[in-house]
Design a protein around this ligand. Structure first.
Ligand code: OGA
Ligand code: MN
Length: 230
């Protein structure tokens, strides 16, 4: 390796490209305001998606994922007839996770500055859907715990075939039978929508499917007790 190449390599690794493409943010804000949901393809950095995908695959291989449930805290229930994914909460343990979470912080700041949403926190988990798994139509904010305001989903799957299944389907807030978007879970695709009003589902997948589902939260604290994460 010549010293020139070495220098280039060093410069590149010191300044990774933005995790979320610069054009995506203003488009995301406009789309959320106008229609309550945003969908962008090729907006998450390819190398970052590959690293996150490798991390999730390793967790799945080592049986280090937990079956996803319905509800929160003491009301958490396993319902394979409703959702079949296995998850791992992001905890900043890798550089890739930290890059993803930093990008989400930028989204949060932009949402707060332009839409005054008062979002104070972001929580996210990896999700691994084995072949045959799905997630029935649902809303992301739980009854009586309406503190999830905006949902995000980032997709990590390289070369997803058209017959791979596993699309996320978004429905109109005012007409839950009307499909407004079908999201192919290809690496680089990012979706964002209002958690309390946009019904959505994950169709049965034919191949192992990797995503990161996350939520911007408002503080729903009562009596001075901060609402716990998850
Ligand atoms: C969720 C969800 C969609 C996806 O976890 O609540 O809707 O495509 N996920 O992973
Ligand atoms: Mn959901």
């Amino acid at each position: 390796m010549t010293s020139h190449t070495l220098e280039e390599t060093t410069t590149l690794s010191a300044f990774p490209p933005p995790a979320l493409s610069a054009e995506a943010l203003p488009q995301l804000i406009d789309a959320l305001v106008e229609q309550g949901w945003y969908l962008g393809t090729g907006v998450l950095d390819g190398d970052l998606c590959a690293e996150l995908h490798a991390e999730l695959s390793a967790l799945a291989e080592h049986d280090a994922l937990e079956a996803a449930g319905i509800g929160r805290g003491r009301e958490l229930r396993l319902r394979r007839d409703i959702r079949g994914d296995a998850i791992h909460w992001l905890d900043r343990e890798s550089l890739a996770q930290r890059r993803y979470l930093e990008a989400m912080k930028e989204v949060q700041q932009a949402l707060n500055q332009t839409l005054f949403l008062g979002l104070f926190e972001y929580e996210a988990h990896f999700a691994h859907y084995p072949p045959g798994a799905f997630y029935r139509r649902h809303l992301d904010s739980f009854r009586g715990r309406a503190n999830r305001v905006v949902s995000t989903v980032g997709y990590l799957n390289p070369d997803w075939p058209t017959d791979g299944g596993g699309e996320m389907v978004l429905y109109a807030p005012d007409d839950p039978e009307r499909v407004v978007a079908r999201v192919c879970p290809s690496a680089g695709t990012f979706a964002c929508f209002l958690a309390e009003t946009v019904p959505h589902e994950v169709l049965p997948t034919r191949l192992p499917r990797a995503s990161i589902a996350g939520w911007f939260r408002r503080n729903a604290s009562l009596g001075g007790q901060v609402d716990p994460a998850r």
